[in-house]
Design a protein around this ligand. Structure first.
Ligand code: AMP
Length: 512
């Protein structure tokens, strides 16, 4: 169902901001959630970024806070009334920008705090007084400990991307933060999945919530053409060049599983003449924001990234996503390909499947309920050199560490001639069926009475170092206590850092 915003009787200042955004009607999550939040009910929502979720919670919260609106310059007149918690810095930044847009014609103030940035400017903003505080958990705790913000007047809490926050290990931080808040409040929890952990979290912190479910992101896959190309590891870059040329693609995200692999691939593609930047957890916050900006402005064509960029980032018009590595976790496949085909636009997701990937591919097939048709890389590309920027008549191929060939470019390569389209048999492009499965929130295949991870295995939470603890302390912990070892233990192969480990290694909310 989708409806007009006018039926909500929003305050004129909010209605004006919405009209300026150009929204014609409410998205399904907005049509369902806004009236419920306006009534003051708690909500447990299965919806992901990209569904219009931010407005679904921001608008009714701002509307309810309008009674406190005042033009006073006194910080005391602008206490924090709404707290929005998110797992990553980028998401926090994105949500804060949207909240600021919706609130721009009101006197309600908002700000964002996240790690990786100097605390001083954030502190100055907090001290001025803000009604809406958007934050990552680690940095918020830093500010609470430094007494930079007082949360005793919080009336609304939003736990956004809650499943991701638990994955990262933010549960202890969330518990601490929630313990500082007044019991009498409205709590909204949004999650991609309703796993036992999420249900348990909701059971502990939500009161008689209204459950709202909108189509899981798999459903948006109907606008995403999914291709699977079988290649050896050595041919993966060629496959990328092939698809870019074949489709005349201008921009794409390329997902890899490790930070090291991410940096290395970005360097190789850059050498091959593609304007490329890398985004991974070892980059400073400033570098991460700059990489995203460069991609958004079109200054770079390819963003090579780890799963730190898989969730929630709302970058319009990403025409294609490549899985250079298949993700270790099948759910990340859904998040990764959700970066393309947004807002009804068509998108392309290309997964490069190497012979050793059969188990990972099987996991993905099981989750998305599609049998992947693995195409071979066309012969002219298997063994050919990438030609760099397609259609510009120049050859950009540069020698790489693993490049032992010195053969001259073929006329086709020299001329940057477009490949013969080898495409579009429906057999190849696997399109998501309109199966009711895709309209339901994701339920992991565990029995309902399975205990949450942190209860089933006490070490999973008690042994887990809070994401708020700085990495250097963890190294010390490694020497002191064997119980901590699994948290910081290096994976068998240094490059194969799982997304979860990577996230844990660089806590989003930490100041590092
Ligand atoms: P979100 O899921 O909140 O990240 O929103 C995804 C994108 O949808 C953002 O760019 C919003 O500006 C946009 N959006 C939110 N609500 C609407 C709406 N009712 N109509 C059109 N676009 C919307």
């Amino acid at each position: 169902m989708s409806d007009s915003f006018s039926q909500l009787s929003l305050a004129p200042a909010l209605a004006r901001a919405v009209a300026e955004m150009g929204y014609e009607s409410m998205t399904p999550i907005q049509a369902q959630a806004i009236p419920v939040v306006l009534q003051g009910r708690d909500v447990m929502g299965a919806a992901q970024t990209g569904t219009g979720k931010t407005a679904a919670f921001s608008l009714p919260l701002l509307q309810r806070m309008m009674k406190h609106e005042n033009a006073s310059t006194s910080p005391a007149r602008h206490p924090v009334r709404a707290l929005v918690l998110l797992p990553t810095r980028e998401l926090a930044d994105q949500v804060a920008q949207q909240v600021a847009l919706y609130a721009k014609y009101t006197h309600l103030r908002s700000t964002v705090v996240f790690g990786g940035m100097d605390m001083k400017p954030q502190t100055a903003e907090l001290k001025k007084g803000v009604e809406v505080l958007v934050a990552t958990p680690g940095r918020l705790l830093d500010h609470i400990e430094a007494k930079n913000c007082v949360l005793n007047q919080v009336e609304y809490v939003v736990l956004d991307e809650a499943d991701r926050m638990l994955d990262i290990g933010f549960l202890p931080d969330l518990q601490r933060i929630l313990s500082y808040l007044p019991k009498q409040r409205t709590t909204l929890l949004f999650s991609a999945t309703f796993s036992p952990e999420i249900k348990r979290l909701a059971g502990s912190y939500l009161q008689d919530p209204v459950t709202i479910e909108v189509a899981r992101s798999n459903a948006t896959a109907s606008t995403v053409e999914q291709r699977f190309i079988g290649v050896s590891d050595d041919d993966k870059r060629r496959a990328i060049h092939h698809v870019l040329r074949e489709r005349g693609l201008k921009q794409a995200f390329i997902f890899v599983n490790s930070k090291l692999g991410c940096a290395r691939l970005a360097r190789s593609l850059e050498r091959e003449g593609l304007k490329t930047t890398a985004l991974h957890g070892d980059k400073s916050q400033d570098e991460r924001l700059k990489a995203l900006e460069a991609f958004k402005s079109g200054a770079v064509d390819l963003l090579v990234c780890t799963d730190v960029a898989a969730r929630g980032l709302d970058i319009k018009d990403v025409p294609a996503v490549f899985n250079f590595d298949l993700p270790f976790n099948a759910e990340d496949y859904v998040h990764r390909i959700g970066r393309t085909g947004r807002a009804g636009a068509s998108g392309l997701a290309v997964s490069l499947v190497s012979p050793s990937d059969s188990r990972l591919l099987a996991d993905i097939e099981k989750l998305i309920k599609i049998k992947a048709n693995v195409e071979p890389l066309p012969l002219e590309d298997a063994g050919a050199k990438p030609v760099g920027r397609y259609n510009d008549g120049r050859r950009h191929w540069g020698r790489d560490e693993d490049d032992d060939s010195s053969r001259a470019p073929t006329p086709r390569e020299r001329g940057g001639e477009r490949e013969r389209p080898v495409r579009a048999s429906p057999r190849h492009g696997s399109r998501a069926p309109t199966d009711p499965f895709f309209d339901k929130p994701y339920e992991p295949t565990v029995s309902a009475d399975d205990k949450p991870r942190w209860e089933a295995d006490p070490r999973a939470s008690s042994g887990r170092i809070s994401a708020n603890i700085k990495p250097k302390k963890r190294v010390a912990a490694l020497f002191r206590s064997p119980v901590q070892v699994p948290v910081v233990a290096a994976p068998a192969q240094p490059e194969e850092v799982t997304p979860a480990l990577e996230s844990a290694a660089v806590p989003e909310g930490s100041s590092h």
